[in-house]
Design a protein around this ligand. Structure first.
Ligand code: FES
Length: 155
């Protein structure tokens, strides 16, 4: 909680206690704690004098603003047309098999959450996935598994 109050304070110094501070606050909270919980959203609404519904609506509209706890590494596989045509299904199956999760789930060890995402802006190099904010273009199933193994070896 203290962190969220501090973030609100820091961001409103720059943007003022106005609607335009909402996205920067939401993004900063997700960056710090990996997700937004109800209490955070209510605190933000109060601080900016917005309705809780507006803040909840904004947070849930943007899939990058997680409102449930996520794994340490958040994998987002692009599901949009170019990546779909380039074989994103094969990538998703390889990841699901390797991590023993379904899309939308977090692995039992809490290390990975697998999500699908809309176009990531790398359409010419699909299929593409993001792990946290790192982009992995031109994937094959083998490449995706290799990348995941590297992350699995970390700590
Ligand atoms: S369609 Fe996948 S990055 Fe654009």
């Amino acid at each position: 909680m203290a962190d969220v109050q501090q973030i609100i304070k820091d961001v409103t110094v720059v943007y003022g206690k106005e609607r335009k501070a909402l996205m920067p606050i939401l993004q900063a909270v997700v960056k710090t704690k990996n997700y937004l919980d109800d209490q955070d959203l209510i605190s933000i609404a109060k601080a900016l004098d917005l309705s809780a519904a507006e803040v909840f609506g904004t947070a849930s509209f943007y899939t990058f603003l997680d409102t449930v706890p996520r794994g340490k590494n958040v994998i987002r596989v692009c599901k949009t047309i170019s990546c779909h045509m380039a074989g994103k299904d094969e990538i998703i199956h390889a990841i699901e098999d390797t991590l023993k999760v379904k899309t939308g789930q977090t692995s039992v060890d809490g290390k990975f959450t697998l999500l699908s995402a809309n176009c990531l802006g790398w359409c010419h190099k699909g299929p593409v996935m993001l792990i946290n904010d790192k982009v992995f273009p031109e994937l094959t199933a083998e490449k995706a598994i290799e990348i995941l193994q590297k992350y699995q070896e970390e700590d």
